[in-house]
Design a protein around this ligand. Structure first.
Ligand SMILES: C[S@@+](CC[C@H](N)C(=O)[O-])C[C@H]1O[C@@H](n2cnc3c(N)ncnc32)[C@H](O)[C@@H]1O
Length: 196
């Protein structure tokens, strides 16, 4: 659905991660891996997770075909559960359009707390989410908690206050507005760093 080319946020994140001297990248909601594969080709060691085993199987095959299999690990994981990684074990985390899936605010808060736990001090999180300025915000079935279902697809549209509260205790480095796709989807790309 999202093609083979890396997303614009992944291109940006790779530059941010490189500047921070990151070597390991955890990608959550990696899908079929357009961005995980790009990070691996760029030299990072990548741990890709998604709750879709099908997407990760495609990712594994593509990693082998692209000669980067030794730098890519895939784990089926639902972001509503604790991450299967030790504390302070990764340098960087990337999540493009995952946290705005049909997750409650409590589940999003718990996921970001888990990301904080597995990032090393000074580690960087880059995530993107559709926000309340999106054309589909308020359209379709209202499930409450800023979750709206349109065409059978439920999205948690982020208000700015949620971005700010998720960054409490972090350094919030950037909130960048951008558009993607034909609707277009209106998103924020958020960069935040673990203090310390
Ligand atoms: C909008 S797609 C984006 C995929 C990928 N990041 C990209 O940009 O190509 C959202 C991805 O999140 C995954 N996902 C949705 N809910 C999830 C959950 N609770 N736990 C883990 N993955 C989830 C889906 O399987 C899908 O691959």
């Amino acid at each position: 659905m999202y093609g083979e080319e890396p997303s614009a946020p992944a291109l940006h994140a790779a530059a941010v991660f490189r500047a921070a001297k990151a070597r390991t990248v955890l990608e959550l909601g990696a899908g079929h891996g357009r961005d995980a594969l790009y990070f691996a080709r760029a030299g990072f060691t990548v741990h890709a997770t998604d709750f879709s085993a099908t997407g990760l199987a495609q990712l594994r095959d593509a990693a082998a075909a692209q000669g980067v299999a030794e730098r890519v690990t895939c784990t089926v994981h639902d972001v509503r559960t604790p991450l299967p990684l030790p504390d302070a074990s990764v340098d960087a985390v990337f999540a493009h359009m995952l946290l705005c899936m049909a997750l409650s605010t409590k589940e999003i808060e718990a996921a970001v707390a888990e990301i904080r736990r597995v990032l090393r001090p000074g580690g960087t999180l880059v995530y993107t989410v559709r926000h309340t300025g999106d054309a589909h915000y308020g359209a379709g079935i209202d499930h409450g908690d800023d979750i709206h279902e349109h065409g059978g697809f439920a999205v948690h549209f982020f208000p700015r206050a949620l971005v700010d509260s998720l960054a409490a205790g972090w350094s919030l480095d950037e909130v960048h507005a951008f558009e993607e796709g034909e609707l277009p989807r209106r998103l924020w790309r958020v960069t935040q760093t673990v203090l310390g």
